[in-house]
Design a protein around this ligand. Structure first.
Ligand code: PLP
Length: 245
């Protein structure tokens, strides 16, 4: 998108300053978290179709609840595509959300939590949801679609792959045909805001399949492990956390 990136140091410095300036909004332990959202936007005085002459890097934050109890009821969208090959689906661009607002609003009105999108080329493989990645569990294998430009390579996705593999699961990145989803023992989604959320059901062409939920699920175990690392309850052996004061 021809946007210059802030350096890693600038990024970390801005996040630290935002958190310290909003210290009083950090929820008490176990009651939620401070959701931090960095963004980069063009703010130049341009009229032409060309990259902006100036950019603003902004970090904002808000306290959020932990939403542990929530589960997802997904509907497979086989008409609208979230991303197409050659597009911007693989980066976190604001343009990736507006095309799905209409079908998403309609799905929510019918009681679904989110849409599950299929690949635009064949319409037969699952990709991800509107703002989260998806995993399926069968036996000792957890699988998630390969990111090759049409799927956002989420940091939670990456963290969960690492944690699951540490727990002894075989982790696979591959094409996942929609048919296979109906065969899965468990399905869950990942993203910064939700961490890991179990999928209660998936509806595709009028047919609904339900999945295992509750305390015994892998989703719960992964959620507990990642939030444990984030909150300092579990030792961070991977250097994912940073103490600030
Ligand atoms: C943000 C987002 C995710 C999750 O990414 P994280 O880095 O884990 O928060 C997945 N898919 C889409 C489309 C997203 O916008």
């Amino acid at each position: 998108m021809c946007m210059p990136s802030p350096t890693v140091d600038q990024f970390i410095d801005a996040v630290k300053k935002t958190v310290l300036a909003n210290k009083k909004w950090v929820p008490p332990h176990g009651r939620g978290s401070l959701y931090i959202r960095p963004l980069l936007m063009g703010t130049g005085r341009n009229l032409e179709v060309k990259p902006s002459s100036e950019y603003t890097f902004l970090v904002y934050a808000s306290p959020v609840g932990n939403g542990l109890k929530g589960v997802l009821n997904l509907m497979v969208e086989d008409n609208v595509h979230r991303a197409t090959p050659g597009g911007t689906g693989g980066i976190k661009a604001v343009t990736n959300y507006s095309p799905i607002y209409k079908p998403l609003t309609e799905a929510k009105a019918k009681g679904f939590s989110d849409l599950l999108y299929l690949d635009a080329l064949t319409g037969s493989n699952i990709e991800e949801c509107s703002g989260c990645n998806i995993f399926i569990l069968k036996g000792n294998v957890i699988s998630t679609p390969t990111t090759h430009g049409t799927i956002l390579p989420g940091i939670t996705r990456k963290s969960i792959m690492e944690i699951a593999s540490d727990l002894g699961y075989q982790v696979e990145e591959r094409a996942i045909p929609i048919k296979e989803v109906f065969d899965a023992e468990e399905v869950f989604c990942t993203g910064t805001a939700m961490i890991v959320k179990s999928v209660a059901s998936i509806t595709y062409q009028g047919k609904t399949i339900e999945y295992k939920l509750g305390a015994e699920t892998l989703a719960q175990k992964l959620h507990a492990t990642l939030t444990g690392i984030q909150t300092g309850v579990i030792e961070d052996k991977l250097g994912w956390t940073m103490v600030i004061d």
